[in-house]
Every structure is written in structure tokens, then in C-alpha cells.
Unconditional design. Sequence first.
Length: 398
Amino acid sequence: MTEKVRRQRRALSIGCAAHIVQDGLTATIYVLLPVLAQTYGFSYAQVGLFKAVKSIAQGLPEMASGFLTERIGEIRVLLFGLLLSAIGYVALSIAPGAGAVLAALLLIGVGTALHHAPSSSLILTTYPEDRRRGPLGIYNSSGDIGKLLFSGGFSLTVGVGMAWELISFSYGILAIFGAVFIALAARSLTAFRKSHAAAAHLPSNDLGWGILSWRSFNSLLAVVFIDTLVQAGVLVFAAFLLLEKGLPLTVAMAGTVMLLLGGIFGKAGCGYLADRIGVRPAFVFIQILTGVGLVGLVLLPGWWSVALLVPLGVVVQGSSSITYGFAADLIHPKRMARGYALLYSSSSFSAAGGPLMVGYFADGASIDIAFYVMAAAAIVAVPPIYMVSAERSGAALA
């Protein structure tokens, strides 16, 4: 194995490690919210507000993370994000009330914002252009593994009687271990320099954000915004819908994990589907299935609704592999960090609005009505996809 290959694999392992931990910590919030609601007596609207605070705190720095990566380097940004997430989870474990919970979620939001752009930049600037798709695919799937492991681990340990405060504290310690691993793995890389991209790879003219067509990219942002709004709303409130059906808390939390499990298969399968039939037909098909699945989740009784969760997770989260995969065709290769930072920040803001909207619908009408609204929103995401056009050859829209 050559030194170049070793550096590439080391860069990929660093990106995957950060993705596993940070996406795992992000997904744990979904199964933690029902526990926090029961512990502190939060309403649906308050649950939506708390998730919104976390997502807004993630969205703002995520937008700037691409620029920060260029200035201080990928590894420093990754380490800083992990340490903030660790402090947030430790603070959450000792939070005495709602205000402290909000402050902890704010820290977690900022911390989990600082990994997508630097990880993507590290991989994109280490691998040659004709060999990036495979490593990026591994990187993307590693985040879903982290979601399943962390949220599943939380649900399982709470189910066997462990205090959620202890689990939250333990997750903070795990984030510190993740930072130590990355720091050690990075010693053989030159990643502590300011920026791979800025150092030698950019042309003299300023590329700005590197967006090849703002019309198409803005249309894609609209699609991602609506799609993420539905995803976040479903992941936050599916457990509460199961509780309304009379199922126990342990089953409700396991239901969220089942949605995340479905997402792993969905992100792989939907990307393949888009390659086979085109971006637009694949996205329309998945959104229709999402709308039907959400209505079915409301109408099916008790345990029958639980059986629907894995296939629902496939379509609810699988659509993101279609949209995020296509984004690369709208961004200049030397501005991927900035372009994806913009895309991820838009998604984070939507993840804030989704639970907030669903929470108010659930409080004002019923949680059933809130799910019907999300089913309609899934269909509303379809028209903007027809305004997106490929800027590079080989992108099949059909």
C-alpha cells in the first residue's frame, strides 16, 4: 500500500468517525425528546420549540463552516465541534429545568454543525476527482450507522432501566473519545494546515460560492427545505403518535429507531433508483409513497402502525440521497465545501421549522391532523424538482 493510499484511507476514516459520532448525537435527540417531555412535562409545542432551537443553532454555524474550514483547517473544525457536542450532552445530563435543557441543546446544535463541510472537504481534497463517489458514499452511509447505533443504544439502555441522565453523560464522554481518535489519526496527515482547497487548488479568479446555476440550486434548496421539514417532523413526532395509540414509551422510542433503520436502506436504494430511472421520476415516486405512508401511519391501529415504520423510514429519509447526490452537479468541484455547507444549513433551518410547525398543529388540532399536514407537504415538494436542471453532463433527470 502506497503512502498516498494510506493518507486517503486515513482521511476517509477521520470523516467517517466524525460523521458517526455527530450524526449519532443528532439522531439521539429524536428519542430523547419523549423522555424529556415526560420528565419535565413539556407540551407538543414546547417539544417542537426545543428541537427548533437545536436545529437553528446547527444551521447558522453550518452555513459558515465552509469558510471556517478554509481558514483554520478541517481537523481543527472537527475537533472543536466534537468538544462542543460533548459539553452539550454532559450539560443536558445535569439540566435542572427547561432553561438549562435549551442551553444544552444550543451547545449540541453548534457542535453538530461543524462536521459536514470539513469532512466533505477533507475527503474531496484527498481523493482524485474520478474516485470520489465511492468514498463519499461510504462517508454518507456512516452517518446513518451512527444514527442507528446512538439512538438504538439510547432506546435499549433506557428500556432496561438505565437513567437517561447517565446515558446522556456517557454520550458526551464518547464524543471526547471521538475527538481523541481524530486527533491521533490526523497526525500523519497535513490536515492541520489552513485549507487543502485554498492552498493550491483554486484558480486566481474568485469562484464565490461556486454555484454553477443559482436558479437550479435555489430550486433544489426549496425541495430540500420542504423534504427535510417532513423528515424532521416525522422523526420527532412518530413516537408521540405511537404513545397516543396507547403503546408504551419503550415501543415508541423503538419506533424512532425503526424509522432510522429504514433510512439506511432508503438512502442506498433511492440513490440507485435515481440512477436507474432518473432524478425526477425517482423523487416523485418516493414522495408519493411518503404521503401514502404517513396517512397509513395515522389510520392503522396500534401494533399494525409499528409494522409500517421501517418501510416508511425508507421513503421518508431515502429522498435525501436523491437530492443531496444531485447537488454535486450544481457546484464547482473546488467549492464543494461551501456549496454543501449552504445546502446543509438550509436543511438545518428546515429541521427547525418542521417540528415547530407539527407541534403547533398537534396542540391546536390533534397529532393525527399534524401527520396529514406532513403528508400534504411531501407532495408539495414535487413541483420545484422540475425547475432543477443538470449543469454537468451525465446527470440523468428524465
